[in-house]
Write a protein that binds this ligand. Structure first.
Ligand code: GLY
Length: 400
């Protein structure tokens, strides 16, 4: 009798466990999921999904030593990446719950379309509203992209033929342009496609050409900040803000350049853009300080290498760019590097462990080392570009 009771209890437990698993899996259609339901990556997706909605508390990074979530409002340069990640998880999984959360977080960004105080509205609105437009085709998202483009072009200077990056430090830097600013051109190119108004495309092209002329060294690495004079439009100083020194190779700067010129080629088809993307990538890939796992240190010239912090965000940006670069050049080495980075990142070495309850996927990014800010942490833009790389990898694999 005792045996029969124990047997019945075990069978009941198995049935309960099985039905719980079925319920968990229901929300993601198996044919749309690239993951097994209990993978660490999917667990991280759930952490992002569960973050409570808060327009003033958009997750930016997480300090592992103090267990503190850094949250900011929509005016921060990174604010669009969180909703952009949700959009991309929706793309990867087909799970409508992510779509709903993506919509909700995206809505918090809208007021930035009129923020003329920073070039970063390109990042902020394109990673949120731009992704939403590309994924849903909803025209309301497109009109926010166009309005933002109008605002962003108010920062264009006809003498310099570039968009001003920062307004601070004006007594020292007359007209600063940072390599990161290449990323904001995607919003302008798309705004012309949406509106048929060529002004946005023309300004973006001029900015890309000016940057091509002044930002690169003879070895094809990029400077971080170029200072222009606004009368002649000459480059009068070449400095850094986030690298270790003015002549150093800040890893994320190289990433913005490689991604920026690959993306600009998509719209302008200027062979010089592809050439710049390829030569800067060549510089990066052949650098003796690039570790074998493909994830760079935050700056190639940090004398503390190999005991310097890494920057996963730079690797993720470049991986995503490499898939696009491969699609234009058909050079297998770009795809091989991107696959290598994705494989490295999608492992316990870089995915945050289950006990970390923050709304992020990857650890080990470095935000601003010279300011000792966000060193070796999870950061939202690393997740965003990693997810974008996963989407691009998936699309390429479909056409193999
Ligand atoms: N655009 C700022 C950064 O890359 O940190």
């Amino acid at each position: 009798m005792k045996n029969i009771i124990s047997f019945t209890i075990i069978i009941c437990l198995l049935v309960i466990v099985k039905s719980c698993n079925t319920k968990d899996k229901k929300s993601i259609k198996p044919e749309q999921s690239i993951l097994s339901s209990d993978s660490l990556l999917e667990y991280r997706y759930q952490q992002i999904l569960q973050q409570p909605l808060d327009s003033l508390g958009i997750p930016r990074s997480f300090d592992i030593t103090t267990n503190t979530l850094k949250k900011l409002s929509s005016s921060d340069w990174t604010s669009g990446f969180f909703s952009g990640s949700l959009w991309q998880i929706y793309q990867l999984t087909g799970n409508e719950e992510f779509k709903q959360k993506a919509k909700d977080w995206t809505a918090f960004m809208e007021k930035e379309k009129n923020n003329s105080g920073t070039h970063d509205i390109g990042f902020m609105i394109f990673s949120s509203y731009g992704k939403a437009w590309q994924i849903t085709g909803n025209k309301n998202y497109a009109s926010t992209v166009v309005q933002t483009a109008k605002t962003l072009t108010s920062r264009f200077n006809k003498n310099v033929k570039a968009i001003r990056s920062w307004d601070w430090n004006q007594d020292v830097w007359e007209f600063p342009v940072i390599i990161d600013n290449m990323m904001n051109l995607e919003l302008l190119f798309e705004a012309t496609k949406i509106s048929n108004d060529s002004i946005f495309h023309n300004i973006a092209e001029q900015h890309a050409n000016t940057t091509l002329k002044n930002h690169f060294r003879n070895d094809n690495s990029t400077y971080h900040v170029i200072i222009y004079d606004t009368i002649q439009g000459n480059a009068i100083n070449k400095v850094t803000h986030q690298g270790i020194n003015d002549e150093s190779d800040w890893a994320r700067g190289q990433a913005w350049a490689i991604y920026g010129y690959t993306m600009a080629y998509r719209y302008v088809k200027n062979p010089a853009y592809i050439k710049q993307a390829e030569t800067t990538l060549q510089f990066y890939l052949s650098h003796p300080n690039l570790p074998e796992d493909g994830i760079p240190f935050w700056d190639f010239d940090d004398p503390k290498i190999p005991n310097a912090p890494k920057d996963v965000s730079a690797a993720a940006i470049i991986a995503s760019a490499c898939y696009e670069l491969f699609s234009y050049t058909q050079k297998e080495k770009y795809r091989v590097y991107a696959d290598h980075v994705i494989k490295t990142l999608n492992s316990e070495n870089y995915l945050l462990p289950r006990q970390n309850q923050s709304p992020f996927i990857l650890g080990h990014s470095t935000g601003n080392k010279p300011k000792n800010d966000e060193i070796d942490v999870p950061i939202n833009y690393a997740d965003y570009y990693f997810l974008e790389a996963l989407v691009r990898q998936k699309n390429l694999n479909k056409n193999k």
